[in-house]
Design a protein around this ligand. Structure first.
Ligand SMILES: [Mg+2]
Length: 98
């Protein structure tokens, strides 16, 4: 499959919509980094399953898209949290475990 370089999907729009869906379902969450990783890994497993269903059992394409966007959204939440930690450390507002 060819990398389409986001020519046919708007990642910002898709991730924001998924973020809104997650907030509506779960509210603002506060978890350890390992819990966030576990949730992301769980979504990655669902993506793997959706791809397998599509490839081997005529599963639908949109399930693959949905799961991939869920993985991306959680991964970007982690990125944002770590960027925020960096900001807090730079400002001398917190010290975190290295
Ligand atoms: Mg999922």
């Amino acid at each position: 499959m060819l990398d389409l370089c986001f020519a046919v999907l708007d990642p910002g729009k898709e991730v924001q919509a998924e973020n809104r869906r997650q907030l509506d379902k779960w509210g603002v969450q506060n978890h350890s980094c390992f819990e966030w990783l576990a949730y992301t890994t769980e979504e990655l497993g669902e993506l793997s399953n959706a791809i397998s269903e599509y490839y081997y059992r005529k599963g639908d394409r949109e399930s693959v898209v949905k799961e991939a966007i869920q993985v991306a959204t959680l991964a970007l939440k982690i990125a944002e949290m770590y960027r925020h930690i960096q900001f807090l450390e730079t400002e001398g507002l917190c010290q975190t475990k290295k």
